[in-house]
Each structure stands twice: as C-alpha cells, then as structure tokens.
Design a protein around this ligand. Structure first.
Ligand SMILES: NC(=O)c1ccc[n+]([C@@H]2O[C@H](COP(=O)([O-])OP(=O)(O)OC[C@H]3O[C@@H](n4cnc5c(N)ncnc54)[C@H](O)[C@@H]3O)[C@@H](O)[C@H]2O)c1
Length: 393
C-alpha cells in the first residue's frame, strides 16, 4: 500500500494508510464468518458509547459522523480532560459523560459499545458490556492473550450479543482484491506470507504503548497485529499450529538521541520490545514470516505483506497480482479500486458491525478471528521467551 504522509493528526497515518483519497463508503465484499450469535437484528438507530476517549476514539468519531445509523449517546474515560475533549467533538455535544464505565452501563440503555482503552482493560470492559446486553466492538489487539480472548468469546455467546474486533486493514480495497483472488483459486495454495510492520523511528510518545503489563508487548502486538490479521484474512484464515520468535530491546528504554516524528517517548517506563521477528506454521503447511518494529534501522517505514502461492502471488505495496496466464507472466493491477483513506477504513469496520446488529448480516472480524491472530502473536512471544524454541499453538 502506498505510504504517504499529509498534515493530519498523527493517528490517521499510523499504519501507512493513504490519506489522499476522497471519502467513500465501501462495504466489505466477503464476510468470513456467520452471524451466529443468536442476536435478533435491530433495524434502528443504535445508541452507542465509546469507552476510552483517547487517541483512537477520534477515528471512531470521525467515521461515525458519516454513519446516520449510529447515535453517540455516551463517552467514558478515567481522565476528565479526555471527556472534555470528547464533548467538543462532532456528534458528541449532547452525549453523557462518565468516569466509570460500569455506571455508564447501568444508566444508559445502550445497543453497542466501542472499547478503545489500553489493551489490559479490553477483556474486562468487553465482558461487562456484553453482560449488560450490549454488542461490542473492541479495538485491536483483541486482548492481552488468548485466554482473555476465549473468555470474551464465551461471554458473547452467553449474552447472545455480537463481538467484533476493530481490525480495519482487511477492509481496504487492495486486501479485499487479494482475498477475492485467493478465494477464487487464482493464487493456488498459499505457501508463504511475508509480513512487515516496521517503523524506522516511531515509538509512541502518548498512551502506555511502552508498558508491557498494560499492553502485552510492543510493536508485534501493537502494529504487527494489523498486518498479521489482514494477511491471515487474505490467506483464507488457516489455523496456526506452531511459532518461533525472537525479540530485542535496544533503543526505546533510552532517551531519544535523534530528531524523529514522535520524540520524547517515556523511556523510563519502557518495558516492551523494539524489534520482534517471528515465523508461524499453519495446519495447511503454509508459513507466515513477520517482522515488526517501532525503531528499525531501515530506509523508511514499511507496512506491507506479500503472499506467494502455487499459481500466483500478491503484494500490498504494488497492489498487484502476479499470475501465469495464457503463456505469459502477468502483473495484474486493478483498473479501479475504491479509495481507502481513513476514515473509510473505520467506516467499513464499524458498518460491518452495525449491519450485523441491525440487519443480521455476517461479521467480517468476529472474536474468533481476533483469537486466531492473538494466538499467532502469543506464540511468537512465548517462543521468544524460550530463546526462539518452537512452541505449539
Ligand atoms: N485500529 C487502530 O488503527 C488503532 C490505532 C491506535 C490505537 N488502537 C488501539 O486503541 C486502544 C487505545 O489506544 P489509543 O492510542 O487511543 O490510546 P490512548 O492512551 O490515547 O487512549 C486510551 C484512553 O483510555 C482511557 N482509559 C484507560 N483505562 C480506562 C478505563 N478503565 N475506563 C475508561 N477509560 C480508560 C485513557 O485515559 C485514555 O484516554 C489500544 O488498544 C490500541 O491498540 C487502535
């Protein structure tokens, strides 16, 4: 995918999403899982709340501005200044504000909750919201570890409510193009996925991204997760069975020495890795190789993946299918792909969720897919803790 920058709040180009396209309202073409929650469709305007009105909530609010099916009725944050900010955002002026999400769940009659807090509270808030009768979309990564994800999935089943994970890269047109080609057999059997989520110098200088006990890890769980999930989706979601990995910290735990886009991160509380590499084996024999870093010594940021199959390949960089057809090696570009600027990607992920609630259509990124991705990341971290020994997933 193209990597362009423009003058926008930092959150909107975190993941290499091109900002220069007009805002469109795409719908995902191919949901991967049934809406098996047993929830009754509710074709009405949804009463919506955001828990955690920090950085990423801005992307949610910007997308919801263009989604008449959602009414933001409440926001919750433990920081009063974030609630003040929230009340000034479009569509939020009349929303109720809370410092405690449990009080919010008791007092508001909510249809859905978006969980946008640091990773350590995803499971608790999600489960409480499900128990209170809300559908939940939880930001990525789904939780701190697979055990938490399993509890969240169980809670959704018990409550007969929908649980979606806030993965948005899978909705981008190039990923959808690749997934369509894969599904129709154009790539043959996918043998290998090469995934990159590498920043040259992009250690987050807000939030708690450097604190392992609150985030579960560093770049692998924070940015690697996006490119793992979208590659895994395009591969047809094979089952991960084993992983190896290594992680290193060499820069984030020290004061910044060079000029960079996000200087002055909190090096004193930094306990996560700077660089993680891993390899995952799937039950169909395919292999995924992942490199993820907040501070890699490379020419420039690289957020991308490539798939190599027996009949064809695909690269998100070039948005091109590599095929053998009619005795020729073809590089097949789309003559047209819709734009994929943020908040189009956020609209797509929120709309898939709202359509599932309101119309009973399938969820594209249900909790089960969040769990599969979490197992991959967890396997890499577990292997790294054992010095790179292969672990079973
Ligand atoms: N989808 C994406 O592209 C994307 C991008 C960035 C962040 N994220 C995810 O969103 C989450 C938040 O990231 P961020 O960048 O917004 O961080 P942030 O620190 O800017 O915001 C988190 C907010 O949650 C609040 N909070 C913490 N505990 C709370 C609680 N118990 N109840 C209510 N509020 C609470 C904090 O006060 C803070 O305002 C993380 O899980 C992150 O991985 C997703």
């Amino acid at each position: 995918m193209r990597n362009e920058t423009s003058v926008v709040p930092q959150v909107f180009f975190l993941y290499g999403i091109n900002m220069s396209y007009p805002v469109l309202r795409p719908r995902p073409f191919a949901p991967t899982d049934g809406n098996a929650s047993g929830a009754t469709p509710t074709p009405k305007r949804l009463r919506w709340a955001i828990v955690g009105t920090g950085n990423i909530s801005a992307s949610h609010i910007r997308a919801i501005e263009q989604m008449p099916e959602i009414e933001i009725v409440a926001g919750c944050d433990i920081k009063p200044e974030r609630l003040m900010w929230f009340r000034q955002q479009p569509g939020c002026q009349n929303a109720a504000i809370y410092g405690d999400y449990r009080e919010m769940l008791r007092k508001e009659k909510l249809d859905a909750v978006a969980v946008c807090t640091p990773n350590d509270s995803h499971a608790k808030i999600t489960i409480d919201a499900l128990k209170a009768g809300c559908h939940v979309i939880v930001e990525k990564p789904m939780a701190m570890n697979p055990a938490e994800c399993e509890k969240m999935i169980d809670a959704a089943k018990t409550a007969k409510r929908l649980l979606a994970v806030g993965f948005q890269i899978r909705y981008t047109p190039a990923v959808q193009m690749c997934a369509r080609a894969q599904k129709q057999g154009l790539l043959g059997d996918i043998l290998f996925a090469k995934v990159h989520a590498l920043r040259r110098r992009g250690i987050p200088n807000w939030g708690v991204f450097g604190q392992k006990e609150l985030q579960g890890g560093g770049p692998m769980i924070d940015i690697g997760v996006h490119w793992i999930e979208s590659a895994h989706f395009a591969m047809g979601e094979p089952k991960p069975v084993a992983a190896t990995g290594r992680i290193w910290t060499y820069l984030g735990d020290k004061p910044s020495q060079v000029v960079s886009k996000w200087p002055n991160w909190d090096y004193k509380t930094y306990t996560v890795e700077d660089l993680a590499v891993g390899q995952v084996r799937f039950d169909n024999g395919a292999v995924m190789q992942i490199e993820s870093s907040f501070c890699a010594h490379i020419e420039k940021d690289r957020m991308a993946w490539e798939l190599l199959g027996t009949k064809g390949g695909f690269s998100t960089d070039s948005e091109t299918l590599y095929l053998d057809q009619a005795g020729t090696m073809l590089n097949a570009h789309a003559a047209f792909l819709p734009g994929h600027a943020s908040p189009v990607d956020f609209i797509a992920k929120l709309r898939n969720f709202t359509d599932a609630i309101r119309l009973g259509t399938p969820l594209c990124a249900p909790g089960e897919e969040g769990l599969a991705v979490q197992k991959i990341i967890d396997g890499i971290y577990r292997s790294a803790a054992l010095g790179g020994k292969e672990v079973q997933i």
